[in-house]
Design a protein around this ligand. Structure first.
Ligand code: FES
Ligand SMILES: [Fe+2]
Length: 460
């Protein structure tokens, strides 16, 4: 048994009553600038969204062994994500129960216990208070559960992706993911053993609201314009529209790619139908990277053409964007995570991934594939993400014009037959439609309006 503490009435400026008329701020075709600029709305989001729904924390490969830990956040709550001494993955509040200081100051490590740097209270990695210096100075019984670290009450993984929520009424993670889970499966299953391992990250920080990144995560409308210099660089020495996302340039909505909204704020953009399915199909799309030709020639020499191209595809970027509201995207071979810092500041982190070869099916190719994979994964964050964060910062700046109140996301709305609701309730539309955004802001509004059954827990 664990101890649950209800935080349904967590103090925030939202309080028990509505701060705003949410139906006014989020309409069918537009949203109000305040949802990106108001500090009180941001504060409420940190509980109603980053707390009220399943939020991505980390990948299990970042804490593979018992006693491994990393530090992350859930909204603004500092957390220690740990695989404890018994192998259980926990999300401990990185906050000493004595006077509240940050308990663990390291990004990652391996330990059975955490000693507070302030007065030396010591906690097991299960969250239990293990001991304090000079305990004879306390009349209180320090075995009381209230001195154990707070933890996120619900932590679940889907195929290595660790999510957490404070919401005791949230659906089990697998049901919450619903129709997006098989798309995540496809993303994983093209890799040997259906696995990836997370390696280091490209870290961006931009001066804009976190939702600007999520609003862009499935946006196929901006690509040809915002990423023009990238597309031109990639295609300078290639045939017409042959590399990267150049297929967005001519008439993207007549191509086979599409967007799909799968519920609960989640959506994906599937660009795979644009490509020829053949060994080397993905590899052919990759723009020139340092060393590419020599690796390719070497692979053909070592493995023959078909096998070489099948192997090289493992270094090619998977052309899907899979987005789980509010903070998680799989793009190409990256895991991208959005971390709110303040109403106008966000971290956008691109974790690279490697393939693993547990069954030996890749033989001596695995190191070379991962070396190449690093090259291909350097490309978009460095040459594409910079375009996106520039947009986010310029939107935030534009939204400082207080009298001009509305942001429109009505592309595709009201055109008969363009946006389709399928039998399973998912919604599909052409690649440049903003249907995905209209749907995820509805989920945002639902969470902001809800009285949620939130709790933290402590070891007994
Ligand atoms: S704040 Fe942690 S021991 Fe005092
Ligand atoms: Fe972009």
């Amino acid at each position: 048994m664990t101890t649950l503490e209800k935080i349904g009435a967590a103090p925030s400026r939202l309080g028990a009553t509505a701060l705003y008329d949410w139906d006014h701020l989020v309409q069918e075709d537009r949203v109000h600038r305040l949802i990106y600029t108001d500090p009180a709305i941001f504060e409420a989001e940190m509980t109603h969204v980053f707390g009220g729904t399943w939020t991505y924390l980390a990948h299990e490969s970042e804490i593979p062994n018992e006693n491994d830990f990393i530090t992350r956040r859930l909204g603004l709550r500092p957390l220690i994500i740990v695989r404890d001494m018994n192998g259980t993955v926990r999300a401990l509040y990185n906050r000493c129960t004595h006077r509240g200081t940050t308990l663990c100051r390291w990004d990652k490590g391996n330990t059975r216990s955490f000693q507070c740097p302030y007065h030396g209270w010591n906690f097991l990695n299960t969250g239990k208070l293990r001991g304090v210096p000079w305990p004879e100075g306390y009349a209180a019984d320090l075995r009381d559960a209230k001195y154990n670290l707070a933890q996120v009450p619900r932590v679940e993984s889907y195929r290595g992706f660790i999510f957490a929520t404070l919401n005791m009424d949230a659906l089990p993670l697998i049901e919450h993911l619903g129709p997006i889970a098989p798309v995540i499966d496809e993303w994983l299953d093209r890799n040997p053993g259906g696995k990836v391992v997370v390696c280091e990250a490209n870290r961006f920080k931009y001066k804009g609201n976190w939702k600007l990144a999520y609003d862009n995560s499935c946006d196929g409308y901006h690509v040809a314009y915002s990423h023009r210099s990238l597309l031109e660089t990639e295609n300078r020495m290639a045939g017409d529209n042959a590399k990267g996302m150049a297929y967005y340039r001519d008439s993207p909505d007549t191509l086979a790619m599409y967007m799909r909204y799968t519920g609960n704020g989640n959506h994906y953009k599937d660009k795979r139908p644009n490509l020829e399915k053949r060994p080397g199909g993905l590899w052919a799309l990759e723009a020139a990277q340092p060393g590419m030709e020599s690796y390719e020639a070497d692979f053909i020499r070592r493995y023959g053409r078909d096998r070489a191209f099948a192997l090289l595809d493992l270094a090619g970027s998977e052309p899907v964007n899979i987005n789980v509201f509010p903070n998680f995207s799989l793009l190409g071979n990256h895991i991208q995570v959005f971390e709110p810092i303040s109403v106008g500041e966000t971290n956008a982190i691109w974790y690279g991934t490697m393939v693993v070869d547990e069954t030996g099916e890749l033989g001596d190719a695995v190191t070379d594939i991962n070396a190449l994979r690093m090259r291909t994964q350097e490309a978009f964050p460095n040459f594409g993400e910079v375009d996106d964060v520039a947009n986010f910062e310029q939107v935030q700046r534009g939204l400082m014009a207080v009298e001009d109140e509305w942001v429109y996301m009505h592309r595709g709305l009201g055109i008969p037959g363009r946006v389709k609701t399928l039998a399973d309730g998912t919604i599909t539309a052409p690649a440049t439609d903003e249907a995905f955004m209209r749907e995820h802001v509805k989920e945002w509004k639902r969470l902001m309006k809800s009285r949620l059954n939130l709790a933290i827990r402590r070891e007994p």
